[in-house]
Design a protein around this ligand. Structure first.
Ligand code: NDP
Ligand code: GO6
Length: 313
């Protein structure tokens, strides 16, 4: 059985570029959408050209030209969309509805992976405002996919290390605190799941030709990376040889800190609340509609978070 042909939509983005790389490495014929709207964005163009050098095929298409999208998806078996969904960058998750329309009309796509890669939006029905917008929009896209009978896989990637580990899960920074002062969310013992972005991409590519993941949600829960915030602190203390000074932030104080923040940070506070107080990444068992990636693909030697943190020393 040959490897499926893959189209990545959003290939120059943060997680998208890693997915293109993983797809090429895994030996898939890899297509990357090239949008005319990138215009003079020379960084995006250079990324696309470097993919081409590595063997990817660039496909011109625009979200404002339905035919071009249909023609693009007709070239492949699998479509992976990594559309933006981080508010302080840009958030265009609903633009994916046009891609769903195109996939429906083309009729050839054997698997579609929409832009998910975080918490499972199906479990976030009671999420707080305004952060719930992320989950509501992802659920709208799911509904359109399922109503169109498009075969899918949803990847629930949990916390990207770049946004949650280097900063010891502190907001508004991506680095360990220079002062060694850190905020502990509640008792700091709620279990969270951290995943290196390259591993997110590797697991994602593994799912696309796998009959076990057809119409399922794949949760990334590499066992050594299921950690509480306190366990993450310990790893950093061991590596750096320094004690962190920890101050506790109550659930109430986190939520009231939302007032006065800009919209993007309010979204972030809501997400941090669900992850670090409610424990939404780990407070459930994976059921019939789900699979766990490290069990499906034990050959992936995922990055452990003490190794990940070394780069910050
Ligand atoms: P980016 O902000 O990097 O954007 C990805 C791509 O979206 C862009 O490169 C661009 O594609 C495309 N895009 C943006 N605007 C438009 C538009 N108007 N029309 C068409 N395409 C557009 O996204 P991320 O990689 O940060 O996020 C991807 C997913 O990952 C989201 O679902 C997000 O929620 C999730 N995520 C999860 C995290 C976690 O910790 N679990 C952390 C961060 C994100 P092009 O290449 O064509 O220019
Ligand atoms: C990542 C963030 C980091 C927000 C998800 C504000 C969707 C998800 C784990 O990427 O809002 O400082 O699941 O000040 O389903 C952002 C979002 C995290 C940025 C969460 C995300 C995670 C989106 C911040 C900040 C580091």
């Amino acid at each position: 059985m040959g490897k499926s042909k893959v189209l990545v939509v959003g290939g120059t983005g943060y997680i998208g570029k890693r997915i293109v790389k993983a797809s090429l490495e895994e030996g898939h014929e890899t297509y990357v959408l090239q949008r005319p709207e990138i215009g003079l964005d020379i960084d995006k163009l250079q990324i696309l050209l470097s993919f081409k050098k590595q063997g990817a095929r660039l496909v011109q298409a625009s979200f404002s030209d339905h035919r071009s999208l249909v023609d693009a998806v007709k070239k492949v078996d699998v479509v992976i969309c990594t559309m933006s969904g981080v508010h302080f960058r840009s958030h265009n998750l609903l633009v994916q509805l046009k891609l769903v329309e195109a996939i429906k009309e083309a009729g050839n796509v054997k698997r579609f992976l929409p832009s998910e890669f975080g918490m499972d939006p199906a479990r976030m029905g009671n999420a707080i405002e305004p952060g719930r917008v992320t989950f509501d929009e992802k659920m709208k896209v799911r509904k359109a996919i399922e109503e169109a009978n498009i075969p899918f896989t949803y990847v629930s990637a949990n916390c990207f290390a770049g946004y949650f580990v280097g900063n010891l899960s502190q907001m508004c920074t991506l680095l360990p605190p220079a002062t060694d002062n850190v905020t502990v969310y509640g008792d700091g013992n709620v279990k969270v799941v951290f995943v290196d972005e390259d591993d997110v991409a590797r697991y994602t590519i593994k799912t696309i030709d796998d009959p076990r993941t057809l119409n399922k949600t794949v949760y990334l829960r590499p066992p050594d990376n299921i950690l509480s915030q306190r366990q993450l602190f310990e790893k950093w203390e061991k590596l750096s040889g320094k004690q962190l000074r920890k101050s506790t932030l109550s659930e109430h104080d986190l939520l009231s800190s939302m007032k006065g923040l800009d919209y993007a940070q309010q979204v972030g506070v809501g997400h941090f609340y669900h992850i670090f107080y409610e424990g939404c990444l780990t407070n459930f068992e994976i059921g019939e509609d789900g699979e766990e990636a490290s069990q499906l693909y034990p050959d992936v030697n995922y990055t452990r978070m003490d190794d990940y943190l070394k780069i910050f020393l």
